[in-house]
Design a protein around this ligand. Structure first.
Ligand code: UDP
Ligand code: MN
Length: 583
């Protein structure tokens, strides 16, 4: 009995020691913090040598890629005939030409379309190590493997700790054992976490991040291709300051031909007050250094690098955000408001297949997107949340769920206000997307001033539809136009605008998606002459051939009766003050 007690005491002491040792070692590597009695492990991030820089280009691999020949190599559009039934079946499942993907090497070469300055750039020798996390839901085999191979082949070996694939409850059989077996043999640093059910991409990313061992977490979509020397430019800003998130330039892999091309030469991420993702122009100082990272208010969402330490200090993503949507706003707001920074790195390029259509249905769990938006708005946007609710009043009635945890992170980190974010980081967002849209300068029907029976007409709202003339009818909604505060003319207050693309004599007016950037879509209503004037600089007037019922642009002529138009409702004061540049 006594001996039993002694051994019991011995056991308790030894077990206790072992446990405290484990906790101790854990403590040395990670500093634990408590949040609502929940332990949050914040990984460490050591100071780095910030003096020595090296050239990370793998010249051998770059040369080997140059020598490659075959379908789709160098990112050239692949043209090959594919049996129609096969093509259609794989298109339906994926939203892109997956049958063609299967005929292109999973290790294909890509064109080096970086700014020439990138080719000469050196990066810190002492860069942090990386875990690449790729969530996927029913991804196609060859696009998934091409993603993994591109990371594997184009990352400095010593910097790549692991690639973690997170299978978000996929239902395709080949994404289970067959994938595990393939990776075990061919891509040893890669592992797969198979989630039993579809948790959505936010929780799938979190599942990968929770087991990641790298200093930096790099998230990618499952149908991407990392381009030459993509990793060091993402890591250096993080090495210099761990509270940093860096996004690569996202290039376009054509969903039909797999052609690889640039989207553009960079823009700053933003949103409008419907929470649609938008892009703002680069600032003039950004343009002066085209191969340097520039600050971006909002990330596109799927592709970015962040130090594990900062990610977990921020509490990762809010786990109550479901499936997808809104998470890029949550993380971007947190990064900026909670004392971090976000950059786009022009020298890091990753291609992404933008699908032609979304191939899988949303899980039947109601309007999860609205709930996600409500959570993000409630926690981070302060009084600016109203601007979302004004446009979508029903958001107000949605239950955002328990917000204690995300709100406590905001308090604990003493994060700044949304007003600070708007005024200092997204200062031009409110100029391009005003929270409260100013009234139209003029609206309603547009009739000929000399023949009020003739109305400006548009037969449908498709791109390239030509504006013409028609006999007015009282209740034809097609005949409503507005000269909006963007200084464009919109059809039915919607998204299609009058656009004049040529300076030809009698140039037609065609419909085009409104871009709000003036140029081809700049219009002015000159009330005095009753002119509809196009163009900020080379101004011309809307004119008509009444017999043919055609309208077109002409040199403005005070004596021409066919150039005189009447807008149904005109706000003269707004016209006067809004077009100061004209006066
Ligand atoms: N994804 C996921 N679970 C989902 C939806 C998407 O894991 O419920 C993955 C998907 O496979 C991809 C990433 O999340 O790797 C982003 O999704 P998707 O490419 O469909 O979004 P998009 O790029 O079209 O915005
Ligand atoms: Mn995608």
């Amino acid at each position: 009995m006594r001996r039993n007690i002694v051994s019991l005491i011995k056991f308790v002491v030894i077990a206790g020691l072992t446990i405290s040792c484990t906790v101790l070692t854990f403590k040395i590597i990670r500093s634990p913090e408590y949040e609502n009695n929940e332990l949050i492990l914040v990984p460490s991030f050591r100071e780095r040598d910030k003096t020595v820089r090296i050239d990370y280009h793998d010249t051998q691999k770059i040369f080997a890629d140059k020598e490659r020949t075959g379908l789709g190599e160098h990112g050239i559009a692949a043209n090959i005939s594919i049996p129609e039934a096969l093509k259609k079946s794989l298109y339906d499942q994926n939203g892109f030409n997956a049958a063609l993907s299967d005929l292109i090497s999973v290790e294909r070469s890509l064109p080096d379309i970086r700014h020439p300055g990138c080719k000469k750039k050196f990066y810190l020798k002492d860069l942090p190590k990386v875990s690449v996390i790729i969530p996927f839901y029913n991804e196609h085999w060859s696009t998934l493997l091409r993603t993994v191979y591109s990371v594997y082949n184009r990352s400095p070996e010593e910097l790549l700790v692991e690639i973690i694939l997170v299978d978000d409850g996929s239902t395709k059989k080949f994404l289970k054992q067959q994938l595990d077996d393939y990776l075990k043999v061919n891509l040893t640093k890669t592992s797969v976490i198979h989630l039993e059910h579809r948790w959505g991409l936010i929780r799938a990313r979190l599942a990968g991040a929770k087991v990641a061992k790298g200093d930096v977490l790099v998230f990618l979509d499952s149908h991407t291709e990392a381009n030459v020397n993509w990793l060091p430019p993402l890591l250096e800003p993080i090495a210099l300051d761990y509270r940093t998130c860096v996004c690569p330039f996202i290039d376009v892999i054509d969903y039909e031909t797999f052609n690889y091309r640039a989207q553009d030469e960079g823009a700053r991420g933003a949103f409008d007050w419907n929470f649609d993702y938008k892009r703002l122009n680069l600032l003039s100082e950004d343009k002066k250094h085209p191969s340097e990272p520039f600050r971006s208010p909002i990330m596109a969402g799927g592709l970015f690098a962040i130090s594990a330490k900062f990610f977990w200090e921020l509490g990762g993503y809010d786990e109550e955000l479901v499936i997808w949507g809104g998470e890029q706003y949550e993380l971007s707001f947190k990064i900026w408001q909670c004392h971090g920074q976000m950059y786009d790195a022009p020298c890091s390029r990753v291609g992404h297949i933008y699908r032609k259509f979304v191939p899988f249905p949303n899980p039947g769990i109601g309007d999860f997107l609205a709930k996600n938006y409500r959570r993000v708005a409630e926690v981070w946007m302060d009084e600016y949340a109203e601007y979302l609710y004004m446009r979508h009043p029903y958001y107000r009635s949605i239950d955002p769920g328990d917000l204690t945890l995300p709100k406590s992170i905001r308090t604990k980190l003493q994060c700044k206000s949304f007003k600070w974010f708007i005024e200092n980081i997204a200062f031009d967002l409110v100029v391009k997307y005003p929270p409260v849209e100013p009234n139209d300068f003029a609206k309603g029907r547009i009739t000929s001033a000399i023949d009020p029976e003739l109305c400006i007409n548009v037969d449908n709202e498709k791109q390239n539809t030509r504006i013409d003339l028609k006999t007015c009818s009282v209740d034809d909604p097609k005949l409503t136009f507005s000269l909006s505060w963007h200084k464009d003319i919109r059809v039915n207050g919607g998204k299609m605008c009058w656009d004049v693309a040529t300076s030809h004599k009698k140039a037609p007016v065609l419909l085009y998606g409104c871009h709000g950037d003036k140029g081809n879509q700049y219009w002015y209503y000159d009330e005095k002459h009753k002119w509809l004037v196009h163009g900020e600089h080379d101004k011309r007037c809307l004119d008509a051939d009444f017999g043919r019922k055609q309208v077109y642009m002409s040199v403005c002529d005070k004596n021409s009766p066919t150039q005189k138009w009447q807008f149904e409702i005109v706000d003269s004061k707004a016209l006067e003050s809004g077009y100061q540049e004209k006066l």
